[in-house]
Design a binder for this molecule. Structure first.
Ligand SMILES: [Zn+2]
Length: 352
């Protein structure tokens, strides 16, 4: 209900000319909109997680809107420098993609190239060395694919029956159990991949065929190197997509991630994005010690010149955002009327 009122209000503001007014204001000129994307579907991933995936056609529509609204799309590093020195062009925007997925390479990268837009990819690197799907997402996706069927072989995986595959919450509980087990037993990525394979067998899914499609996988080493050679700005997102609360473990994530990126791209990464948008104030000092110069969150907002460089807000664009909503954020109105700005601080949230 609240959302419907908000969307109706945005439509009214747009027809009253407020979008243009704010877009041309000094207030907007002193701010940078950092767009955040995750996956672009290879198949039906946007139906499974509309908050994480969108179709390529929708991304293309967004890129056309940037052009139609005369936005200045800048490389992230340049945009942040110019933000600090109050030297931004009008309606400035930076485009970022989290994780560095194979679908970025396959779907988003050709579109960005076609439109000639600079892009930053926050690359998590553990899986770039192992061409296997991301464990927790894969379990969740396969259970969703089989949401109407009976699941056999649960006991072997340490799951207690009855299992409910029909709701998001039921499937989430199963994924949670599998994750907790793999953490308890300190399993490697390859060992977790074997659990995913057994889950696939129990669900009647051909796991070899599934992995062959590269769904829910990151870019491999060659793909990261190729996009970097062609101008994609590859930056930090932690090696294992985690931010430990212990300083030395946290900084090890940054160091390993940076070393891997250096080996793949030949460049030094110095911008960071918090995995899953989860951050704590003590991280700021740790990042600084490691010569990181900026860090982005999933909190909603436009970045201002006096904002803390280690907690920069972004606009997380998803399948669920309407065209009016997207335009409201480009103009700046979206930020002014946003109801909830802070992102959830839990790693995995079921959708019902
Ligand atoms: Zn991420």
């Amino acid at each position: 209900m609240l959302r419907e009122i908000k969307l109706a209000a945005l439509d009214l503001l747009r027809s009253a000319g407020a979008f243009g007014l704010i877009a041309n204001s000094q207030w907007r000129r002193e701010r940078l909109l950092i767009l955040c994307y995750h996956g672009i579907s290879l198949e039906d991933e946007h139906q499974w997680r509309p908050g994480l995936y969108m179709q390529a056609a929708l991304l293309e529509q967004r890129l056309e809107t940037l052009r139609a609204m005369h936005c200045s799309v800048l490389p992230l590093g340049e945009a942040l420098t110019r933000l600090r020195s109050r030297d931004l062009p009008s309606r400035s925007v930076a485009i970022t993609f989290d994780d560095g997925t194979h679908d970025f390479y396959k779907q988003a990268y050709p579109l960005l190239k076609k439109h000639n837009y600079p892009v930053t990819v926050y690359q998590t690197t553990y899986y770039t060395d192992h061409e296997i799907p991301i464990f927790n997402l894969t379990c969740s996706y396969m259970l969703w694919k089989r949401r109407g069927v009976r699941f056999s072989g649960a006991k072997e995986l340490g799951l207690s029956e009855p299992l409910d595959l029909t709701t998001e919450l039921g499937r989430h509980r199963i994924v949670r159990t599998l994750i907790e087990r793999s953490e308890r037993e300190n399993l490697t990525g390859l060992q977790k991949n074997e659990i995913a394979r057994r889950l696939a067998d129990g669900l009647g899914i051909d796991y070899t065929a599934f992995t062959g499609k590269r769904l829910l996988q990151l870019m491999n080493a060659q793909e990261v190197a190729e996009v970097a050679r062609n101008g994609v700005d590859v930056q930090l997102h932690s090696h294992r997509h985690r931010t430990p609360e212990d300083e030395s473990l946290f900084r090890r994530e940054i160091t390993e991630n940076r070393e891997r990126i250096r080996a793949l791209t030949g460049r030094e990464a110095s911008h960071f994005c918090y995995p899953s948008g989860v951050y704590r104030p003590e991280f700021f000092g740790w990042l600084k010690k490691d010569d990181v110069i900026s860090a982005t969150t999933c909190d909603a907002g436009l970045a201002g010149c006096d904002d803390n460089p280690f907690s920069l807000p972004r606009f997380v664009d998803t399948t669920g955002r309407s065209q009016t909503e997207f335009e409201s954020w480009l103009s700046g109105v979206g930020s002014l009327v946003a109801v909830r700005k802070a992102a959830s601080q839990t790693y995995i949230v079921p959708e019902d």
